[in-house]
Design a protein around this ligand. Structure first.
Ligand SMILES: O=P(O)(O)OC[C@H]1O[C@H](OP(=O)(O)OP(=O)(O)O)[C@H](O)[C@@H]1O
Ligand SMILES: NC(=O)CC[C@H](N)C(=O)O
Ligand SMILES: [Mg+2]
Length: 506
């Protein structure tokens, strides 16, 4: 996932976009960028790094204007090179910049079409550059110098016909306005809100409602799957359903791990969904292991804390913060290389021995993906003197790759792939392993919004809601993006670093 932000304001937006990106930092730690527009010109700053490192005073001063978009990136296609940091820019038929959260599943085919038919050049391996050029081409087809909301929505309707996969998008069209849309399955989130000023209403779009809260915007609603909203420079608000067959199938992993608990996503409180995950796990333990001998419940910070707290409450057990997190180290799961992820767990988490010594502990995490965290944490609990180390996961076993904007491209890297629960338990070194069932997890999320027809649960059951993902695609993805492929010469980011960065981002 990545974080996206867009604002059509009445006052300069640079600081608000910066603040919005900071709040969405948990969605992408590798690169960040902002584009603003003033007087018909765009101003850009983007680079690799966390938001606080990318923007210095001099950059902020240059980002002029009352309209702009921002992005923080967690790469799932191409390379981590700064040339692929977003927003990305094209200069025809208008100046257009775009920020994308998600991942296209047909970008290779689209890239060919763009070259052979639409006569457009793609300079990077980023699927987002492909998406931007498809949008630009479809706007060009409208062939007008006076872009109307109808023109914009027609173009988005054709983007939906051509692009497959997951995309939540904000785009800025110079001289016209801000466009935001979500793929027809609504896989990745996007929400919008507004705030009153003495000069009129300001609008903001973001990946998560927490960014609206922090900036004093009132959440209006989520953008619907397939819907586009378009806000002109003057602050006129337009919206339209642009997909012929939209279905509401958002990614359930947002509720498990990706989103902040204080966000409301697709009308579901992420916090409440995680509380329910704790409740259901507790019910399962009471049902299947009534004579358990757990002394204490210990969460693995940060994300599992909400579920662990409720689990302990329901079981009438003590919850103890036996692991302390170094707050200056980011999320380990979204780091780009396994070596880095492995090393970071130990420097990020430290055990307080007295919470473990001589006790049977139940460690709780939100999910077990590669097993990097659980393996090391269980060993740390043993080193701290625990008698028995039990482990519970608030999500079911992650057995299949993700193709919609989470960088889990290779089944072989997942600790649960091809292993029974007993084998996983042995692999991570626990005395007992308890997994949430998929039905229970779905209930936890759906309880917040019964209108959601289905969730994308592909990482748990291999069912891909866009219907275009087959074995051949998954094999190609693994060949391209597995850890070993990424560290190997051919597809390493070395070459990408030398790409002409077509924009002067300094
Ligand atoms: O099995 P793994 O491959 O280790 O992945 C799963 C772990 O990674 C995440 O934590 P992360 O450190 O990214 O972030 P958090 O502080 O939000 O929990 C997640 O919460 C699990 O703890
Ligand atoms: N995680 C994401 O949403 C990534 C967006 C886009 N696919 C990229 O790699 O830059
Ligand atoms: Mg974690």
């Amino acid at each position: 996932m990545c974080g996206i932000v867009g604002i059509v304001g009445k006052y300069p937006v640079n600081q608000s976009i910066y603040d919005g990106l900071t709040v969405l930092q948990h969605r992408g730690q590798d690169a960040a960028g902002i584009v603003t527009e003033s007087g018909g010109r765009m101003f850009l700053r983007k680079a690799n790094g966390m938001v606080r490192d990318v923007f210095r005073q001099e950059h902020m001063e240059r980002l002029q204007g009352n309209i702009g978009i921002g992005h923080c990136r967690y790469p799932t296609a191409g390379s981590p090179s700064s040339a692929e940091a977003q927003p990305l820019y094209v200069n025809s038929p208008y100046g257009i910049v775009l920020a994308h959260n998600g991942n296209l599943t047909n970008s290779e085919q689209l890239k060919r079409e763009l070259f052979e038919t639409d006569r457009r050049h793609i300079n990077t391996r980023s699927d987002s550059e492909v998406l931007l050029n498809v949008l630009a081409h479809e706007l060009q087809v409208e062939n007008t110098l006076k872009l109307t909301p109808a023109n914009v929505f027609n173009a988005v309707a054709r983007v939906h016909k051509r692009c497959k996969g997951a995309y939540a998008v904000v785009a800025l069209i110079t001289g016209f306005g801000l466009l935001a849309f979500r793929d027809p399955n609504g896989i990745r989130p996007a929400v919008f809100g507004q705030r009153e000023t003495d000069k009129g209403i300001e609008y903001m779009v973001a990946s998560e409602s927490v960014a609206l809260d922090v900036l004093g915007y009132t959440r209006v609603r989520d953008i619907h799957p397939g819907e586009a909203i378009y806000i002109t420079h003057d602050g006129e608000f337009h919206h339209q359903q642009c997909a012929t067959n939209p279905v509401y199938t958002p990614c359930i992993f947002e509720h498990v791990y990706l989103a902040r608990p204080d966000s409301i996503m697709d009308d579901v409180s992420v916090y409440k969904a995680r509380l329910r995950m704790g409740e259901k796990l507790a019910a399962q333990i009471q049902r299947d292991w009534p004579d358990h001998d757990i002394d204490v419940v210990i969460p693995i910070p940060d994300t599992s804390t909400t579920a662990a707290m409720q689990l302990a409450n329901e079981l009438g057990l003590k919850l103890r913060h036996g692991f302390v997190k170094n707050r200056y180290i980011g999320r380990t799961f979204i780091m780009p290389a396994q070596q880095m992820r492995k090393k970071s767990v130990r420097s990020k988490l430290n055990a307080i021995d007295l919470e473990f010594a001589g006790k049977n502990v139940l460690l709780v995490d939100d999910s077990i993906v590669r097993g990097t965290t659980s393996q090391q944490i269980i060993q740390m609990a043993r080193d701290a003197g625990a008698t028995k180390v039990y482990f519970a996961s608030a999500a079911p076993p992650v057995r299949y790759p993700n193709v919609y904007g989470i960088d889990m491209p290779a089944a072989s890297e997942l600790v649960a792939h091809g292993r029974s629960e007993q084998e996983i338990c042995a692999e991570i070194g626990a005395d007992k392993l308890i997994y949430q069932s998929l039905d229970d997890l779905i209930d936890c999320a759906r309880e917040g919004n019964p209108h959601i027809s289905e969730f994308d649960t592909s990482v748990f059951n291999g069912h891909y809601v866009t219907g275009d993902v087959d074995e051949q695609y998954l094999q190609a993805l693994e060949n391209q993006r597995s850890d070993s492929a990424k560290s190997g010469g051919k597809s390493s980011s070395m070459n990408d670093a030398a790409l002409i960065d077509l924009q002067n981002a300094d």
